[in-house]
Design a protein around this ligand. Structure first.
Ligand SMILES: [Zn+2]
Ligand SMILES: [Zn+2]
Length: 507
């Protein structure tokens, strides 16, 4: 009696539209049942997971292992799951037939091909031709479909849900919008490190969208239409973002309302984008340039704030104590502000960071809680609103034009090609960005007319403001009128008497 045949089991990634959607494990189980039914024994389980069966450019490693085993006689044949969807090219079929002359057998999970007979080979060829035709038609249809969807403003659906969007990749998930905007603000304006942004999102229950769904959940999701998916929710848990993962998610053009296919921007998503395109551009630049580098710490009294050296009117820089001396009351190396010779200063004025910061805080709180200050702020607010008006009007006008072009592109207006749209819109975006830069220069007008506030209320606001916010309050409180610090040492614990309203030269 002959020894039983050795048959390998070959499986591959199942796709939407396969006649039976089975996991790779499920396919092997089905193949192995067939191997037992044939009275054969299992050789090896081979599969090329995650590789498209109809993309001829994909290298399928296990497939080559299979051919090798058949050629060398380690295996007598193979059971292939759903064979007619597997054969991607007639070329492969010819090769298999050639190998069949060495005596191996190919079994479909459903139907048997006996390649030793003419009718068996014929049936096999026919299936291969049908498969190739189907493949090329399908892959054409897939890319055409994607392009059409992208042009309609629908995002291409990736493997995971895109942060900020529902499963359709198009509809903004409103519950995430404010948190994404906050992350953008933290990074771009707050100078916060990415790990804080990750922690912020986790605190608000927003995790990486690369969720490992359970098998049951995945099978349920696969059976739903896009419309049903939008209403589908599951309990499968995600992990907190990695810093890199969050950066990648924030870089997506979707965040600024662009849908994208390959390298070309081809459409606008419907509705209000999560981030304004110019802001998103800025964030992109920041991510690309800052990647891996910790963001610079922001100090209250350096650079563009109303604080100067009394002796030479130079702005301050800051430096860590070169001896590594620490503060008595906190685990932190001492820092000083200094009038830096290497930055064109006189080098005579030094002040401890916390002493000077503390003085600024007290002065700002004092100033902003006074009734005159409320009056002054009211006046400033009105002035700013007048200054801002023409630029705001221009931004509105330009945005309306951009919306019009977006609509033309999305509705497929005859003379609106993707290239033309990209050109027009990038020019507009540049103009909008210029207007917004001017608005930033003028500064935000207070949202509501200011009321005189209590000292405690202003202090609370100060504590909550963060470094950039405190610098803004500092500038606002004194309308940019600078303080001057007289020469002295970093050891002074009170420098009130060193702070003057005018510099030496005009004294
Ligand atoms: Zn799930
Ligand atoms: Zn100086």
């Amino acid at each position: 009696m002959n020894p039983p045949l050795v048959l390998d089991s070959y499986a591959r990634e199942s796709r939407r539209g396969d006649k039976r959607r089975l996991s790779v494990t499920g396919q092997h189980a089905s193949n192995e049942q067939r191997i037992r039914d044939l009275g054969a024994t299992l050789g090896r389980r081979l599969d090329d997971q995650g590789k498209s069966a109809w993309n001829p450019e994909v290298h399928r490693e296990d497939w080559h292992v299979l051919i090798g085993r058949l050629t060398s006689g380690e295996s007598d044949g193979v059971v292939i799951f759903d064979l007619e969807r597997f054969l991607r090219q007639v070329k492969d079929a010819v090769r298999i037939v050639d190998l069949a002359k060495l005596g191996f057998k190919v079994f479909d999970s459903d139907m048997e091909f006996d390649l030793m007979t003419t009718s068996g080979r014929d049936a096999f060829y026919k299936q291969a031709v049908a498969a190739e035709t189907y493949s090329s038609r399908l892959s054409e249809k897939v890319s055409r479909g994607n392009l059409q969807r992208a042009a309609n403003g629908e995002g291409k659906r990736g493997r995971y849900r895109a942060l900020g969007f529902e499963d359709d990749g198009t509809t903004v998930r409103e519950s995430e919008r404010p948190h994404i905007r906050e992350v953008d603000r933290m990074i771009r304006q707050g100078g916060k490190p990415w790990r804080e942004a990750v922690a912020y999102l986790a605190k608000h229950g927003i995790f990486s969208t690369a969720i490992k769904h359970t098998t049951e959940c995945q099978e349920t999701k696969d059976s739903l239409s896009a419309y049903q998916l939008r209403r589908y929710a599951c309990e499968c848990k995600g992990e907190p973002f990695t810093e890199n993962g969050l950066q990648k998610a924030m870089k997506s053009p979707r965040m600024a309302g662009y849908s994208r296919l390959g390298k070309n921007l081809v459409g606008r998503l419907p509705g209000e984008p999560i981030l304004d395109p110019p802001d998103h551009q800025e964030l992109l630049m920041l991510i690309t340039s800052r990647r891996g580098r910790p963001p610079a710490q922001i100090f209250l009294c350096t650079g563009k704030v109303p604080m100067r050296c009394w002796n030479c009117a130079t702005v301050f820089t800051q430096r860590q104590s070169s001896h590594g001396a620490k503060y008595a009351d906190r685990d932190e190396v001492k820092r000083t502000y200094l009038c830096d010779k290497t930055a064109g200063g006189c080098g005579k004025t030094i002040a401890d960071r916390y002493v000077l910061d503390g003085h600024v805080r007290d002065s700002v709180v004092e100033e902003l809680s006074s009734a005159e200050s409320a009056e002054e702020l009211k006046r400033q607010r009105e002035q700013k609103m007048v200054q801002r008006a023409p630029f705001e009007k221009e931004v509105t006008r330009l945005t309306r034009i951009r919306d019009h072009w977006d609509r033309q592109l999305n509705e497929g207006a005859e003379d609106m090609t993707i290239e033309r749209h990209t050109f027009l819109v990038s020019d507009l975006n540049r103009k909008i960005k210029e207007q917004k830069a001017k608005l930033r220069e003028i500064g935000e007008a207070l949202a509501a007319p200011p009321e005189a506030e209590s000292r405690e209320a202003v202090l609370r606001k100060w504590e909550a403001a963060g470094p950039e916010g405190q610098r803004a309050m500092f500038k606002q409180a004194f309308s940019g009128r600078p303080f001057y610090v007289m020469p002295g040492s970093s050891l002074d614990t009170d420098i009130l008497d060193r702070i003057k309203a005018r510099p030496r030269l005009s004294a």
